[in-house]
Design a protein around this ligand. Structure first.
Ligand code: PMT
Length: 409
């Protein structure tokens, strides 16, 4: 299904070197059947010409409050009503600051302030500007207004902000819009799971080494979020215990109760406070099995050629919930494997007292961390069922179908 077909998108372009990438965004949006109206800031025009943009969109580009040709007034209010979504890409620190503070000194900001449709913001700037507390504060403010931040490329491990700043790639920006509209057009909720309370874990855990470093993993939270949305769509009361995921990760269901945690210990405590009153739990989080024995108070300095960090085991959340599981409760686990997949999954199924386990392997292309797709097998005492590569949304349906089946027994 092409969820962008017929959608009206206002594309805001600001003064960043990444402005040339808006041409690729426009091409991809139009290819998917969307209508695009560009609104550009005066600084944006220094980086890309309105002629190029109007040729790509087949519409005059809006930049001033009045058309230079005939003095017609460009109504930002009408644009706000016309659009199905507004995307600001690239969004500079200056525009982000003006948006967060209502400084309406150009057509793009007035359009933003009049916008009735969801707004997506793709920041583009250098790392220092992106990491500056004022930029981070403005982005948090915009997020608290319900805007969707399309985060720049994320660095792994080390510092949370490492590698960020550069605008996300056009195809990822467009696919985030696509997913948003896809979720919106999902069929009305069914009530198959109404009255049921379901706990879901998602994302990675971060285990602190010192104030700037941690041990983490590549989990994005996509699989867990898809499960939370699917259970909520079927009428369940869902609590999502979520490790540190990108702020671009958004639930489409407004009813999911989200509890944010950082470490495995915090996830353990949140899960134990919730599970006793739950009908089921699906443990999709990639929990670190070990954490540094001590957390340095100050940033560790480089002293010699090597360094040893002593690790201590983290609690096994799944096994501890499996140990207190009562007869009416279901417990579903995941196994992420790289080798000996089936035997490892089977041993986790038994050790952790799961009703079934969802196996995904890093040997399968398009499966596991970060991807929008997954390829799973469901293993239970009854045997193994293999599924083809599908979107994580579709995979979530297969898993929740199976959960519903065992809950109905
Ligand atoms: O988040 P995405 O980018 O979408 O990626 C999805 C995913 C790959 C993270 C997901 O599909 C997945 O496989 N999640 C489980 C990853 C994992 O940690 O697997 P495991 O085999 O190490 O753990 C087995 C089970 O025990 C899991 O249910 C896990 O949540 C749980 N566990 C593990 C360790 C621990 N200390 N406590 C736990 O509860």
């Amino acid at each position: 299904m092409n969820s962008l077909k017929g959608k009206k998108i206002v594309l805001g372009i600001t003064g960043s070197i990444a402005a040339y990438k808006s041409c690729l965004i426009i091409r991809q949006l139009i290819k998917r059947g969307a209508e695009v109206q560009v609104v550009i800031t005066p600084a944006g025009k220094e980086f890309i010409t309105p002629i190029t943009l109007s040729a790509l969109t087949s519409k005059p580009v809006i930049s001033e409050f009045f058309s230079q040709r005939d003095g017609t007034w460009h109504s930002h209010v009408d644009l706000g009503l016309w659009a199905d979504a507004m995307l600001i890409a690239p969004a500079t620190a200056s525009t982000i600051g003006k948006m967060a503070n209502g400084i309406a000194d150009n057509m793009l900001i007035t359009t933003y302030l009049s916008m009735k449709a969801p707004v997506f913001i793709a920041p583009a700037m250098d790392l220092d500007m992106y990491a500056h507390p004022s930029t981070q504060r403005n982005l948090s403010t915009l997020q608290s207004y319900g805007n969707h931040i399309i985060e720049p490329g994320t660095g792994f491990l080390a510092s949370k902000l490492e590698g960020k700043g550069r605008m996300e790639e056009p195809e990822n920006i467009v696919s985030q819009l696509e997913h948003f509209f896809e979720a919106q057009s999902a069929p009305a909720t069914s009530s198959d799971l109404s009255g049921k309370k379901i706990l879901i874990t998602a994302g990675p855990t971060y285990e602190k080494i010192d104030p700037v470093r941690f041990i983490g993993n590549y989990s994005s939270g996509k699989m867990g979020f898809a499960l939370a949305d699917e259970c909520a769509n079927r009428g369940a009361e869902v609590t999502l215990v979520c490790g540190p995921v990108s702020s671009a990760m958004q639930l489409s269901s407004p009813t999911v109760k989200r509890v944010d945690v950082e470490s495995a210990q915090q996830m353990y405590e949140a899960c134990h406070s919730q599970y006793p009153c739950m009908d089921a739990a699906i443990l999709c989080a990639a929990v670190a099995d070990f954490a540094p024995e001590t957390v340095a108070e100050h940033k560790i300095k480089r002293t010699g050629d090597d360094m040893v960090i002593r690790l201590k085991p983290n609690p096994d959340i799944a096994a501890s919930l499996g140990a207190i599981k009562s007869p009416g409760q279901a417990l579903i686990g995941f196994a992420l494997e790289t080798n000996d997949e089936e035997s490892n999954a089977l041993s986790k199924l038994r050790k952790k007292n799961f009703d079934f386990i969802v196996l995904n392997s890093l040997q399968d292309k398009g499966a596991g961390f970060q991807t929008d797709t997954n390829k799973i097998s469901i293993i239970s005492a009854e045997g193994k069922e293999d599924f083809s590569l599908k979107s994580k949304k579709e995979v979530a349906k297969d898993i929740v179908d199976k959960l519903q089946h065992i809950m109905a027994k």
